[in-house]
Design a protein around this ligand. Structure first.
Ligand code: ATP
Length: 247
């Protein structure tokens, strides 16, 4: 099974400031080419799980105190964050982190990996503008004036420029109108299908997430309390009551 996983996280514990145990033995598998969701409420440990995978924990005085993370079979538990980007792991953090004083086009250029040729960069940009026509229209305006949804699209575009094989997104739907959430999620699904990029999606909007992923993990208090196919999760009565607004 592990051979087909692009990402295999096994019994990972994360400590912040050497005292705060934020996740307590989380195991998550991302099969190659699939879209997987991490669901759960505020503070459950979803963002921490992504940071453990991308290596961004260090910047927040966090560390993996137990367990291991394998990417394409290679143990990356101790690998530096910058090196993980080069290996194909890209993490779109929560919030829309773009350079507001630059245009979307300049933002994409700035996100390109060192040494990427201009011609490859241009091909990547055109691909991104094809996926996000709204971004193409505003490619030469100042990014600070883009709407929240457009800035989220740009944040995703900046990730795509790095040509990731594993794209991780933290709450891309946060604060967006429902029509924009479905627009962005449809595009993510298209990118997943057309580019073969594996996706690990952190979402509080379980309803929208379960429409596009194949499997989901429910995290509560730093532990995985449920794992199943999107269909299984959608039909689970606890998930319906607490996360889908039913019950
Ligand atoms: P949210 O959607 O609100 O970010 P989450 O499920 O992503 O929630 P985490 O952000 O991973 O949850 O937080 C898990 C736990 O770790 C929480 O109790 C949180 O307070 C704690 N925590 C997160 N970041 C830090 C940090 N840098 N230092 C100390 N504790 C932290």
């Amino acid at each position: 099974v592990e051979a087909q996983s692009i990402l295999s996280m096994n019994s990972v514990e994360v400590l912040y400031d050497n005292v705060m145990l934020a996740i307590k033995g989380v195991s998550v598998q991302v099969p190659k080419g699939k879209m997987i969701a991490l669901l759960g409420s505020n503070g459950a440990g979803k963002s921490t799980t992504l940071k453990a995978i991308s290596g961004l924990l260090k910047a927040e005085r966090g560390r993996i105190s137990r367990g291991e993370i394998k990417f394409n079979g290679t143990d990356i538990t101790e690998v530096l964050a910058q090196k993980r980007v080069g290996m194909g792991i890209c993490h779109v953090v929560e919030g829309r982190h773009v350079f507001e004083h630059l245009t979307p086009d300049e933002n994409l250029t700035a996100a390109a990996p060192l040494g990427m040729s201009r011609s490859v960069l241009n091909v990547e940009k055109e691909k991104i503008y094809n996926y996000f026509p709204r971004l193409a229209e505003r490619r030469n305006s100042q990014s600070g004036y883009l709407s929240g949804g457009e800035q989220q699209m740009l944040a995703i575009g900046r990730a795509l420029v790095t040509q990731p094989s594993l794209l991780m997104l933290d709450e891309p739907s946060l604060g967006l109108a429902p029509f924009l959430v479905s627009e962005i999620f449809d595009i993510l699904q298209k990118i997943n299908q057309e580019e073969g990029v594996s996706v690990l999606l952190v979402e509080q909007n379980a309803l929208a997430a379960l429409e596009i992923v194949s499997e989901g993990y429910l995290i509560e208090n730093g532990r995985v309390v449920m794992h199943g196919t999107a269909e299984e999760l959608k039909s689970n009565s606890d998930i319906q009551e607490f996360y889908l607004g039913g019950g």
